[in-house]
Design a protein around this ligand. Structure first.
Ligand SMILES: NC(=O)c1ccc[n+]([C@@H]2O[C@H](COP(=O)([O-])OP(=O)(O)OC[C@H]3O[C@@H](n4cnc5c(N)ncnc54)[C@H](O)[C@@H]3O)[C@@H](O)[C@H]2O)c1
Length: 320
């Protein structure tokens, strides 16, 4: 693998995390933003990402001698927690500050893409906007550049022809809170050269991710193919008055041994994301359908500001 310069297109929630994580692992990273006003929106996200990295490391340092540290340490930053010392964590904290200072933001697309070994697209999930950007990028991208997208819902084959290099085009899909929930799903389309699939698996490892190899195009990759049906089944049970969220979570945790139930997971994902997934389904237009009932059930909570962990309250209270 010979990847040095990495360009991240889009400085939103995920773009800033991908850029930060990649730079933490020693790659030369540039975030391309489309306008001056994007810088103003990206800067607070970079601040938040730096603070999240610091918080995760400080929490780990404070719990180094507590066996429960195994559940909370940032797996994208620390390989073996049993061999980690306070000095190792101090060095990582210093690296976080260096990474923050060293990240490059660039508005000029030509300059950003010049000599890039890898382009990671992480802009808003809108197929027409993505295609418009791909069509702009394809003619100016270096021949050597591998092109990946972090799209959550689009298949690589929907975008490959617009990449200008279908054989070097595939998806590399991260999870929110990349430093801790460190999986990267690698998924090509039938025209992806297996060589570049392998290079992305190696790259994922190099930036502290656990690569998940997805060998066929699959909407939702591996994780969301399992997670979305689980969360929707749980929401359907609650929205239909079959059982309350705490009982449903207890059934899941006690019955399977899993540490979290679906409603605790929903609080982490954020209720708004779950709402959007359901509301975008055509079935949700019928208020008596399952999707319709789930949508209004979630909307009531969202209207009360109970949108999950980040808001301090969702299905559970996190204010204390
Ligand atoms: N948020 C998540 O939990 C999550 C998880 C995995 C993957 N993703 C994927 O990551 C991508 C980005 O999601 P996000 O949550 O970071 O979104 P976001 O809304 O936080 O950020 C989107 C970024 O795209 C930029 N952008 C919007 N339109 C653009 C255009 N026409 N040209 C160039 N830049 C443009 C915005 O300025 C912003 O910086 C999406 O494809 C999404 O499916 C998101």
């Amino acid at each position: 693998m010979d990847i040095k310069k990495v360009v991240v297109a889009g400085g939103g929630v995920l773009g800033t995390q991908i850029a930060f994580q990649t730079a933490m692992k020693g790659f030369d990273v540039t975030i391309w933003l489309r306008s001056e006003s994007s810088i103003g929106r990206t800067q607070p996200k970079l601040d938040l990402t730096r603070n999240s990295y610091r918080k995760a490391l400080l929490q780990t340092k404070a719990m180094l001698n507590d066996p429960r540290v195994a559940y909370i340490y940032p797996k994208g930053l620390i390989d073996d927690i049993t061999k980690t010392t306070e000095a190792d964590i101090d060095a990582l904290l210093e690296k976080v500050d260096q990474t923050y200072e060293g990240l490059k933001l660039e508005l000029d697309l030509n300059k950003a893409l010049d000599n890039a070994d890898l382009l990671i697209e992480s802009m808003t999930e809108n197929i027409n906007d993505k295609i418009a950007l791909f069509d702009k990028i394809a003619p100016i991208l270096d021949e050597k550049t591998i092109f990946v997208s972090n799209s959550s819902t689009l298949l690589p084959s929907a975008l490959a022809d617009h990449s200008g290099r279908p054989e070097k085009y595939l998806h590399l899909h991260f999870a929110n809170n990349i430093w801790s929930l460190n999986i990267a799903e690698v998924m090509g389309h039938p025209g992806t050269d297996p060589k570049y699939f392998e290079i992305m698996v190696e790259f994922a490892k190099a930036i502290g991710m656990l690569p998940i190899e997805v060998h066929k195009e699959q909407a939702g990759y591996v994780l969301n193919s399992m997670l979305v049906p689980l969360l929707n089944s749980a929401l359907g049970l609650a929205a239909n008055g079959v059982a309350d969220p705490k009982t449903i979570d207890l059934t899941w945790t006690r019955g399977t041994g899993a540490p979290l139930g679906p409603f605790a997971i929903l609080d982490v994902v954020g209720l708004y994301t779950a709402y959007e997934i359901n509301a975008s389904s055509p079935a949700a237009k019928d208020p008596n359908s399952n999707a319709g009932k789930i949508t209004s059930y979630l909307k009531e909570k969202i209207d009360r500001g109970e949108t999950g962990v980040a808001a301090g309250k969702g299905f559970y209270d996190y204010s204390k």
